[in-house]
Design a protein around this ligand. Structure first.
Ligand code: DLL
Length: 432
């Protein structure tokens, strides 16, 4: 089943022709509308008018998350704000978060991209979709919502959390498709068991999961515990949000919506293309975005391209599920967290020492982040009340700036191991 069959099954030469037209147009637009790109291109003597092949893009510089942060909030928008109808932002409530915008046309394209992914997973207008992603600055809730409406399915915008209510609604409203993070799907399965609800008695048939890494073993577990077919979908706010890529019912890799996103897979160290079949960092260029085009955006996500034709008939290249990151970003309960963000906050709080460890675990299918931080000795001589107050202060600051709750453990000065070489401050015990 396709949402836009003609585009999704374009022959390679036609697709490449379309990509080139769109690429040339995008480069010209950013070169004239966005000072950041204009300055870079003029320094490097790059003239977007001269791009006559897709390979020509390789001369152009990359865009990084830091570039987005440096241009916070609207510096990289390619249209005036009056043409922007929606703004989203990635995690982080401070100035270091990254802000993205959409024109009315962008919202239509985005909805079509998500509708493609829903359709590819088997969802039809007859389905009842429960969207258990957060609604808000995160792109998950609204992204899936608009796509599901565009497809014509019945949407339940329940948002995330309150698992018992999720299950109640699932029973009462006869939900057929569940949309959330894979870890939340497992949590729902746990709570169902506690409540004595038999998943076979529900109407649930499909699960569309994304926004965090997961494994084939996790898919099998979700499938058997919820009695559904789970598919993976991928996206990132800087490039659009959900809708960049998704699995079809073959469940064997994610088709990238190549008519809207140009794909490169590069060695993160040399920044040269990897050999076919090798793991590399996904680098994406938007081909149709109006408000927030990005050129050669380094996603930092590692994957492998699967060039073999797919039995589903789609010609868009597939990539394997995400295999890791080429930076240290962690995804905790679907929220992107950088250790450096935590470090900066800890350094800012009186009484803490610049030594910490981040322990990430998965308990009852839920991520748990514990921050162990060394504190000055006097704190341990203080009354319990003072220690507790310090824990609360750190907890509050971290929760409000990261957007996710953490546990804090104060430890004595010099009790954490020191490193001779590269510091390994993150201990990720999650086994996906
Ligand atoms: O997570 C967009 C999204 C929402 C995708 C809902 C799918 C469903 P961000 O918050 O900007 O956007 O986080 C993007 O999350 O760079 C990946 O590291 C990770 N990620 C997203 N989808 C997957 C996936 C949304 N299917 C970052 N598998 C990306 C593994 C994923 N990692």
């Amino acid at each position: 089943m396709y949402w836009q069959k003609e585009q999704e099954c374009l022959a390679r030469p036609d697709l490449e022709k379309l990509q080139l037209q769109r690429l040339a147009h995008t480069l010209k637009r950013v070169g004239s509308n966005v000072p950041f790109y204009r300055n870079k291109y003029s320094q490097l003597h790059l003239n977007p008018e001269n791009v006559t092949s897709l390979e020509g893009l390789r001369d152009y510089p990359f865009t990084s998350k830091q570039d987005l942060r440096d241009n916070y909030p609207y510096g990289l928008f390619a249209v005036p704000l009056r043409d922007v109808v929606r703004v989203h932002a990635s995690s982080g409530t401070t100035g270091s978060s990254t802000v993205v915008g959409y024109t009315r046309n962008d919202i239509v394209t985005w909805s079509d991209m998500v509708a493609r992914i829903l359709c590819g997973a088997g969802v039809t207008p007859d389905d009842v979709i429960q969207i258990a992603f957060g609604y808000g600055l995160f792109t998950g809730g609204f992204g899936l919502h608009y796509g599901a409406e565009r497809l014509g399915a019945s949407v339940i915008p329940i948002s995330s959390g309150n698992t018992k209510r999720q299950i109640q609604i699932m029973q009462d409203f006869k939900t057929t498709a569940l949309v959330c993070t894979p870890s939340y799907a497992l949590k729902i399965a746990d709570v169902m068991m506690d409540m004595g609800v038999n998943p076979n008695g529900l109407s649930l048939r499909y699960g569309l999961f994304g926004a965090e890494p997961w494994s084939e073993a996790m898919r099998q577990e979700i499938n058997s515990r919820l009695g559904i077919r789970a598919t993976d979908n991928y996206g990132l706010s800087e490039v659009m949000g959900p809708g960049v890529a998704g699995e079809c019912q073959e469940c064997n890799g994610l088709h990238i919506n190549e008519d809207h996103f140009l794909v490169e897979l590069l060695n993160p160290d040399t920044l040269e293309p990897v050999a076919p079949g090798e793991v590399g960092e996904l680098v994406l260029t938007t081909l149709t975005k109006e408000a927030f085009p990005v050129i050669r955006y380094r996603t930092r996500d590692l994957t492998r391209l699967l060039p073999e034709p797919c039995p589903c008939g789609r010609t868009f290249v597939r990539m394997s599920r995400m295999l890791g990151r080429s930076d240290d970003m962690l995804i905790i309960k679907g929220v992107n967290v950088f250790p450096t963000q935590i470090e900066a906050i800890l350094f800012d709080i009186e009484g803490t020492e610049p030594h910490y460890r981040l322990i990430v675990e998965r308990e009852n299918n839920e991520d748990k982040l514990t921050v162990m931080v060394e504190v000055v000795e006097s704190i341990f001589f203080d009354e319990m009340k003072k220690q507790k107050a310090l824990v609360e202060t750190i907890k509050k600051r971290l929760a409000s700036e990261l957007g996710v709750g953490v546990e804090i453990k104060l430890v004595e000065e010099r009790s954490l191991e020191r490193f001779n070489g590269k510091a390994a401050r993150v201990i990720d015990k999650r086994q996906l």
